[in-house]
Design a protein around this ligand. Structure first.
Ligand code: CU
Ligand code: CU
Length: 285
């Protein structure tokens, strides 16, 4: 059965409640922290001498698609009627949007220590202790808009800049690729300060706190953000039907340690090209 992923702004109170309950159950089972650990393990980017696969690489999109599917399966083991909603941050862009409501993801962190104080993932709820990559404390942190160096969420125009590029990715296939939808959507640029971060990256920066680093999965908004990124890959494919949906298509000289479309992508050993479509699993509404 094909299930749907909904825009979070259209969820009913009951649907939000079911999603939150499933997330909390996965957390209680210890499995949630496995997802945090896995993301930390694959956080390495270029320049670290590692094997970039999840970020700063063409596989940014298929890697996170598979990662979301694994998480969604964990949720569905708890409640088969739940899926990962998506957050369109070009529309719901206020710190007071309903996504940050008491009955859903909770709000901003408080000023003194960025600790989230409202909603089901607030430390005081007793259900959400940070156990992986603990830096400041066991509480979830957010700092909307970086008050010290203010920034906004990406705009429709900024997203359009990525969407209109008809090439999926280009050499050197990392965070310095100047052409290609993947790097423009992932959001690395040669700018300085806030201008360095566009689209996907800018959303992580705008939320702040745990969303800033390798352990960003600690904040459940991670999944809603990446669900929208996943949808955007679909939208891009529909807009550029003549373009190859994933590049490099195969291993070739000059692609270095980059995982090509026909090579196994760790840790699942699935080929990126097998993750180009998902119509038999889920659809976006
Ligand atoms: Cu990631
Ligand atoms: Cu991300």
């Amino acid at each position: 059965m094909v299930y749907t992923r909904q825009n979070q702004s259209t969820l009913t109170t009951a649907q939000k409640k079911r999603f939150v309950s499933a997330v909390l159950a996965v957390k209680r089972s210890g499995q949630y922290d496995d997802f945090v650990r896995m993301h930390v393990e694959f956080y390495i980017g270029d320049g670290d001498g590692g094997h970039p696969v999840a970020h700063m690489a063409p596989t940014f999109l298929p890697w996170h698609r598979r990662f979301l599917l694994e998480f969604e399966r964990a949720l569905q083991n708890v409640d088969p009627g739940v899926s990962v909603p998506y957050w369109d941050w070009t529309v719901d862009r206020s710190p007071h949007s309903s996504i940050w409501g008491e009955g859903f993801l909770g709000g901003n962190g408080r000023r003194s220590d960025k600790r989230v104080m409202t909603g089901p993932f607030a430390y005081d709820s007793g259900n959400w202790n940070i156990n992986e990559a603990v830096t400041e404390g066991e509480f979830l942190t957010r700092e909307f808009g970086r008050p010290r160096d203010p920034m906004n969420l990406p705009t429709k125009d900024e997203l359009e800049w990525a969407m209109r590029d008809s090439l999926y990715d280009s050499a050197p296939w990392n965070s310095t690729s100047s052409r290609g939808f993947r790097n423009k959507l992932e959001g690395w640029t040669s700018g300085v300060g806030n201008a360095r971060f566009r689209n996907h990256n800018r959303v992580h920066r705008w939320i702040g706190g745990h969303m800033l680093g390798a352990a960003s999965v600690n904040d459940p908004v991670f999944w809603l953000h990446h669900s929208f990124i996943d949808l955007l890959w679909d939208r891009w494919q529909r807009r550029h039907p003549q373009s190859t949906a994933f590049l490099p298509a195969r291993k070739a000289s000059g692609t270095g340690s980059v995982v090509a479309g026909d090579q196994p992508m760790p840790p699942w050993d699935v080929k990126p090209r097998s993750l180009i479509g998902h119509g038999d699993l889920y659809r976006y509404t």
